[in-house]
Design a protein around this ligand. Structure first.
Ligand SMILES: Nc1ncnc2c1ncn2[C@@H]1O[C@H](COP(=O)(O)OP(=O)(O)OP(=O)(O)O)[C@@H](O)[C@H]1O
Length: 325
C-alpha cells in the first residue's frame, strides 16, 4: 500500500521538517526533574528506541512528545507544528502503557469506531491484518488474552494511519512468540516510510528493531547512535584475570583501561585497547586465567547509565536478552 497523501498547504515545508524535535525541554514532578534539558531530533522515516532503566524519563518524554504534558521549559514540535495539532489531525498514533479494554464491543467494531474519528484512516481490515488480528475481528475485546489485547491496542494506534507511531514499552506483557509477531508488524509499518519511536528496557530489542538508540538516564540523553556506535563509544573489551593476591593499585593506570572491578579473586578491566592492556599485564606477571571478551551492548548500557562504569564479567556472547528493570 502507498501512504495516503495528506492534503496540507505546508506539505512542502512539513515534508522536510523532522518528525520530532525537542529543544531544551525540561519537565519536573515537584522536586523530581524527570526530563532535564532534552535536545532530540528524529527524522521522518527513522525507527528510534528510547532505552533506559526504570525512572530514566522515557514515559515522560513520550507524554511530552504527544502533548499530554506541557514542557516546563523548551519546546516540542512534531512535523514543524505543535503536538496537539499533529495528534488531532491523525498524524500521530500512540500505544501507551495503561490502555484499558472497552467491554462488549468486538475488535472490528472498536477499530471501525476509532478509525472513524480520524480524517484519513487506514482500512479496517488492513489495520487488523497489520496488527496480527486477522482472525480476531469478531471477538469481544474483553475476552482476549493479554497478548491479543496488546495487539488491539496496537491496532488502535494504527487506525488513523499515522505517520508517527509512538509505543511506550510495547512488548512489556508479551511472551517470546507474541513479541516476534509484534515486532514483525511494527517493522512492516515502519517500512512504509513511517516514523516509529518506542521505549524499552530491552537492550536486544532496541539493537534489533531500531535504526537508532537513544539511551536516557536521569532525564538526559547519555548516548545516541546505532547499537554498534554505542558499543564502540562505551569501550571495546573486557579483560579479566586471577589476581592471586596481587595488588590492584596499578591496574587503573594501565593503557586503555577505563574501569576496574574486583570480584572475589578476579579482576575485571574495561579497556579501549585490549592488546596494550594485555601486554602491560604480562609485564606485571598478571596473566593467570587471562580472558579477553568483547563488551556487549549490555556492558555499554551499564557503562553509560547512572555513572556505573564497572564492567560485567560474563562474555557478551553467552548473554541473552535481559530486562534491566
Ligand atoms: N506523576 C508523577 N509524579 C511524580 N513523579 C513522577 C511521576 N511520573 C514520573 N515521575 C518520576 O519521574 C521520573 C521519570 O519517570 P518516567 O516514568 O518518565 O521514567 P521511565 O523511564 O518511563 O520509567 P519506567 O521504565 O519505569 O516506565 C522518575 O523519577 C519518576 O519517579
Amino acid at each position: 500500500m502507498t501512504q495516503t497523501k495528506r492534503p496540507d498547504s505546508t506539505a512542502h515545508t512539513a515534508a522536510r521538517a523532522p518528525a520530532v524535535a525537542f529543544s531544551g525541554v525540561t519537565r519536573s514532578y515537584g522536586a523530581v526533574r524527570a526530563v532535564d534539558g532534552l535536545d532530540l531530533e528524529i527524522a521522518a522515516g527513522e525507527t528510534v528506541a528510547l532505552l533506559g532503566r526504570n525512572g530514566a524519563g522515557k514515559s515522560t518524554t513520550l507524554a511530552l512528545l504527544l502533548g499530554l504534558l506541557p514542557p516546563g521549559t523548551g519546546s516540542v514540535r512534531l512535523f514543524a507544528g505543535t503536538p496537539e495539532t499533529a495528534v488531532r489531525t491523525g498524524r500521530v498514533g500512540a500505544m501507551l502503557q495503561d490502555g484499558k479494554a472497552v467491554p462488549r464491543v468486538t475488535v472490528r467494531e472498536l477499530i471501525t469506531f476509532v478509525a472513524g474519528t480520524y480524517p484519513r484512516p487506514l482500512d479496517v481490515t488492513e489495520t487488523l491484518e497489520l496488527a496480527g488480528l486477522g482472525e480476531f475481528g469478531g471477538r469481544r475485546v474483553d475476552r482476549l488474552s493479554g497478548g491479543q489485547a496488546q495487539r488491539v491496542r496496537f491496532a488502535v494506534a494504527l487506525a488513523g494511519n499515522p505517520e508517527l507511531l509512538v509505543l511506550d514499552e510495547p512488548t512489556a506483557a508479551l511472551d517470546v512468540e507474541a513479541r516476534r509477531v509484534f515486532w514483525r508488524a511494527m517493522r512492516a509499518y515502519a517500512r512504509r516510510g513511517n516514523t516509529v519511536v518506542f521505549s524499552t528496557h530491552y537492550l536486544e530489542e532496541a539493537d534489533e528493531h531500531a535504526d537508532r538508540i537513544v539511551v536516557m538516564d536521569a532525564g538526559r540523553v547519555v548516548a545516541d547512535g546505532t547499537g554498534d556506535a554505542i558499543k564502540r563509544r562505551a569501550g571495546g573489551s573486557l579483560v579479566s584475570f586471577d589476581l592471586a593476591g596481587a595488588s590492584t593499585g596499578p591496574l587503573a593506570g594501565l593503557p586503555g583501561v577505563s574501569a576496574v572491578e574486583v570480584r572475589g579473586d578476579r579482576a575485571l578491566l574495561r579497556t579501549a585497547d585490549s592488546d596494550a592492556t594485555v601486554v602491560a599485564l604480562a609485564g606485571l606477571g598478571l596473566v593467570r586465567g587471562l580472558q579477553v571478551a568483547p563488551a556487549g551492548l549490555e556492558d555499554a548500557f551499564l557503562a553509560l547509565t547512572s555513572g556505573n562504569a564497572s564492567p560485567t564479567p560474563a562474555p557478551a556472547a553467552t548473554r541473552s536478552a535481559k530486562e534491566l528493570a
